[in-house]
Ligand binder design. Structure first.
Ligand code: ZN
Length: 678
C-alpha cells in the first residue's frame, strides 16, 4: 500500500472573516455556490492573480488545462466498467427529453445524473457505495423508449439496467472490509478474473528485494486473468485508453513549447515519454524531474497518481491539476520547510525512526486553475507527491496547500449555522472565527510538507506491511505530526502564528470534527470506510479514551439536552497527540500490521449509533450539504483584436481570458461533448 498523500477538506468550522491571507481579488458579489443536490453542493473557485502571469505562463496554463480535461473518461472506466455506457445513456435521455421538467420522476432522474457526474460514476465519490436511484426501472424504460438514439439498443440497456437498479450488484467500488476478498468484492475495473490472493501473489512475485529503486508495480495497468494466465493491460498510447492518452499527450506537447524554462520543458517531455511507453521507470524519471523543478511558477499534476480507489493500493486513478505558485503566501511554508530538520529532531517519535537528514522538503501555497479526473469536481486541499517510497527517501517530496480552494470553502461556510449548532462555548466560536482559517491552512501545510515526509522505516521493512490499513495510518501519522506542532512554541518563535490561541482553534476543530462533525457524512447504520475519515475519528476517539482520567476531552449536555464536545486541557491533549504519533510511527516503521489493524478497527471504523443519530438530526435541520465540489473556470485564447483565437496556433494567441461559468449541468454536458474520447 502506497502512502495516502492527499488530504480532503474536513468540515470547516471557520467563518470567512479573520483570514489574513492574500485573496485580494474577490469579484464583487461572487456567487460561490451554484448548485445543490442530495448530499452535495457545487461551488466555484476564483483564480486570483491569473492576470499577473506573463502571456507565456498563461498559454502554459491553458495547454495544461486542456490536457487536464482529456482524461475524464479514463477515470469513469477505472472506477467501474459500465460507468461510461451508463453516463452516455443517461445524457442521451436527458438531452432528448421533451416532457415536463417538473415531473418529480424526471427530477429524480436528473438528480441521479448529477450525482453520477459528481462521482465520475455510479458509486459515491467518498463512501464508494452504489447510488440508489430515486426513480423506477419502468420509468427509466419509458424514458429510454422515447429517446430516438436508443432505439434498437436493447442489448446496451439490458447490460446497464441491472447495474443501476439491482442493489445487490456492484455494491461498492472499493470494499476494504475486514476479512473479505477485497478484489472480488470491489466493483472497480482494476482487476478482472483474479482474486485478492492471486493479485497479491502476482505483485509479490515482481518484487526484487535487492533493487533499491523499485518501480511502483501495477500503478498504470489493469490486472487480468485469461485462460488461466495472469497479465497486465497497460494504460498507455497504443494500449488501453489510447484515444484519451493521445489527446492528453497532444496538449502536453503543446505545453512543452511554452514551458517556463528548460527544466520544466524536460519534465513535461518525460511525462509524454511515459504516456507513450507505459514504462514505470520513465514515470520515476519524470517524477524526479517534476520534484526538482522548484523554479517554475506554473505547475501541474497529470497522470495515474493516487491509489485510494484500489483496495490493494496498487492502481493509480487518473487525475489532473493545473496551478501556479502563490508567491506571497508561500513565504509561510518556506519558513516551515527551512526548519524541517528541527521539527524532525524534536518530534516525540522514537529516535530510531527519525530521519537523520530530512531531504528535499519543498512546500508551497498554490492557486489552482483547473481540476481534472479524480480531482474534479471534488478536490483535495493539499497534495504531497510523488508517492514512490524510494524517490521520497532519496529526493524528497513536494507539498502544496491549495489556498484558493480553502478560501471558497470558508466563504461558503460563513454564516451557515453549523458552528452555532455544534459549538457550546462562546470562546470556541470566537477562536474559530479569529484563527480557524489560519489553523486550517497551517494544519494542511504541516500535514503535507512535514508529516508525510517525516520518519523512517526499520531495516528490512518495505512499507506495504500495513496493507488495507496503510492509508488510514499514514493519514493519521501526518495529521498527528501537524497537530502536535500546531501547539509548539516554535511556531510563535518563527513568527508563523501570533499566539497559542491558533492551537486551540485547530485542536477544537480536529476533536469536534473527528468525534462528531464528520458523522454528518455517514449514512445511518453505516460504518466509516474512507481513509481520511477513519484517521480523524481514530485520533479523536483515542485521545478521548486515553484522556478520560484527566477529563481532557468531555461530552457536555446542557439544559437544551444536546450533546457537545469540549476540550478542558489543551496541553494534555497535545501530549496525547504526541503519544499517539509515537505509536503510529512505530507501527509504520516496524510494519506492525496487527497493532495497526487494532488501532484502526477499535477507534476509526465503528460509530456510536446514538451520537450518530443525534448529529444527523441536528445537521438535517441546518440543511447544509456535507460534501462539496467545484466547477472549473474557462480559459479562452484570444487574438490581438480580442477575437477567439485558434488554440492550435500558439503564435496568434495575444491573451488568455478567464471566466467563471455558473451552470454545473452545462459544464458536465460540455465536457461530455468536447472531451469524451473513450
Ligand atoms: Zn495526507
Amino acid at each position: 500500500m502506497k502512502k495516502g498523500v492527499l488530504i480532503c477538506a474536513a468540515l470547516l468550522l471557520t467563518a470567512g472573516c479573520g483570514r489574513q491571507n492574500d485573496d485580494k481579488m474577490d469579484v464583487q458579489d461572487f456567487k460561490w455556490q451554484i448548485d445543490r443536490f442530495d448530499d452535495v453542493k457545487v461551488l466555484r473557485y476564483q483564480v486570483p492573480d491569473f492576470d499577473s502571469l506573463s502571456l507565456r505562463q498563461k498559454k502554459l496554463v491553458y495547454y495544461l488545462s486542456q490536457a487536464a480535461l482529456c482524461g475524464r473518461d479514463i477515470l469513469y472506466d477505472q472506477k467501474f466498467a459500465l460507468n461510461l455506457p451508463i453516463r452516455k445513456t443517461l445524457e442521451e435521455i436527458y438531452l432528448s427529453y421533451g416532457g415536463d421538467n417538473n415531473d418529480p420522476r424526471f427530477k429524480a432522474f436528473e438528480k441521479y445524473l448529477k450525482k453520477v457526474w459528481f462521482a465520475n460514476g455510479i458509486h459515491h465519490h467518498y463512501s464508494n457505495d452504489k447510488f440508489v436511484p430515486g426513480f423506477t426501472e419502468s420509468y427509466f424504460d419509458s424514458l429510454a423508449a422515447s429517446t430516438p438514439s436508443l432505439n434498437g439498443k436493447e442489448e446496451l440497456l439490458a447490460l446497464i439496467k441491472p447495474a443501476i437498479f439491482d442493489p445487490e450488484l456492484y455494491r461498492s467500488t472499493c470494499d476494504q472490509s475486514d476479512g473479505i476478498d477485497m478484489v472480488t468484492s470491489s466493483a472497480n475495473n482494476y482487476y478482472d478474473g483474479v482474486t485478492q490472493k492471486e493479485a497479491e501473489e502476482y505483485y509479490a512475485s515482481l518484487v526484487d528485494s535487492t533493487d533499491p529503486r523499485p518501480v511502483m508495480a501495477g500503478l498504470n495497468s489493469r490486472l487480468v486473468k485469461r485462460d488461466g494466465k495472469i497479465y497486465e493491460e497497460v494504460w498507455r498510447l497504443d494500449g488501453t485508453y489510447s484515444p484519451a492518452i493521445e489527446k492528453i499527450t497532444y496538449w502536453l506537447e503543446k505545453a512543452a513549447t511554452v514551458a517556463e524554462n528548460p527544466a520544466q520543458k524536460a519534465t513535461i517531455e518525460a511525462l509524454v515519454s511515459y504516456y507513450k511507453s507505459g514504462d514505470l521507470k520513465e514515470f520515476d524519471r519524470y517524477s524526479i524531474l517534476w520534484l526538482e523543478d522548484g523554479d517554475s511558477q506554473v505547475d501541474f499534476v497529470n497522470g495515474f497518481i493516487e491509489s485510494y480507489g484500489d483496495p490493494l493500493g496498487y492502481k493509480g486513478s487518473w487525475e489532473a491539476n493545473v496551478n501556479f505558485k502563490n508567491i506571497e503566501a508561500t513565504k509561510r511554508t518556506e519558513v516551515l520547510s527551512r526548519n524541517a530538520q528541527w521539527f524532525e529532531d524534536n518530534s516525540p517519535v522514537d529516535s530510531a525512526y527519525k530521519k537523520e537528514e530530512v531531504k528535499g522538503v519543498s512546500a508551497k501555497v498554490i492557486t489552482v486553475a483547473q481540476l481534472g479526473g479524480d480531482a474534479y469536481p471534488a478536490t483535495p486541499i493539499g497534495i504531497n507527491l510523488p508517492n514512490s517510497d524510494w524517490i521520497r527517501r532519496d529526493h524528497g517530496s513536494k507539498s502544496v496547500t491549495i489556498q484558493n480552494i480553502t478560501h471558497a470553502y470558508n466563504e461558503v461556510a460563513e454564516g451557515n449555522g453549523f458552528a452555532d449548532e455544534f459549538t457550546l462555548r462562546d470562546e470556541d466560536k470566537e477562536l474559530a472565527r479569529k484563527y480557524g482559517a489560519l489553523a486550517g491552512d497551517l494544519h494542511t501545510d504541516m500535514h503535507e510538507c512535514l508529516g508525510h515526509g517525516s520518519g523512517k522505516l526499520a531495516p528490512g521493512i518495505k512499507g506495504d506491511e500495513l496493507k488495507n490499513y496503510g492509508s488510514t495510518l499514514e493519514e493519521a501519522r501526518a495529521d498527528l505530526f501537524a497537530l502536535y506542532y500546531l501547539g509548539d512554541d516554535k511556531l510563535v518563535e518563527l513568527g508563523i502564528v501570533p499566539n497559542k490561541d491558533v492551537m486551540k482553534a485547530g485542536y477544537y476543530n480536529a476533536i469536534f470534527n473527528g468525534i462528531m462533525g464528520q458523522l454528518t457524512r455517514i449514512e445511518p447504520g453505516k460504518n466509516i470506510a474512507e481513509a481520511h475519515m477513519r484517521d480523524r475519528q481514530l485520533i479523536a476517539r483515542w485521545c478521548y479514551e486515553h484522556g478520560k482520567d484527566d477529563n481532557v476531552i468531555e461530552f457536555v449536555i446542557p439544559e437544551n439536552g444536546k450533546k457537545y464536545v469540549v476540550i478542558n486541557d489543551y496541553d494534555k491533549l497535545r501530549d496525547l497527540f504526541g503519544e499517539l504519533l509515537r505509536e503510529v510511527q512505530r507501527i509504520k516503521s516496524e510494519g506492525d500490521f496487527e497493532a495497526g489493524r487494532r488501532l484502526v478497527e477499535d477507534y476509526g471504523v465503528t460509530v456510536d449509533p446514538e451520537l450518530h443519530n443525534e448529529v444527523l438530526e441536528r445537521f438535517a435541520k441546518l440543511d447544509i450539504a456535507p460534501y462539496s465540489g467545484f466547477v472549473n473556470p474557462v480559459f479562452t485564447p484570444v487574438d490581438k483584436d480580442g477575437k477567439i483565437a485558434d488554440p492550435e496556433k500558439e503564435e496568434q494567441i495575444a491573451d488568455i481570458k478567464i471566466s467563471y461559468p455558473d451552470d454545473y449541468t452545462e459544464q458536465m454536458l460540455g465536457y461530455s461533448r468536447n472531451y469524451s474520447f473513450l
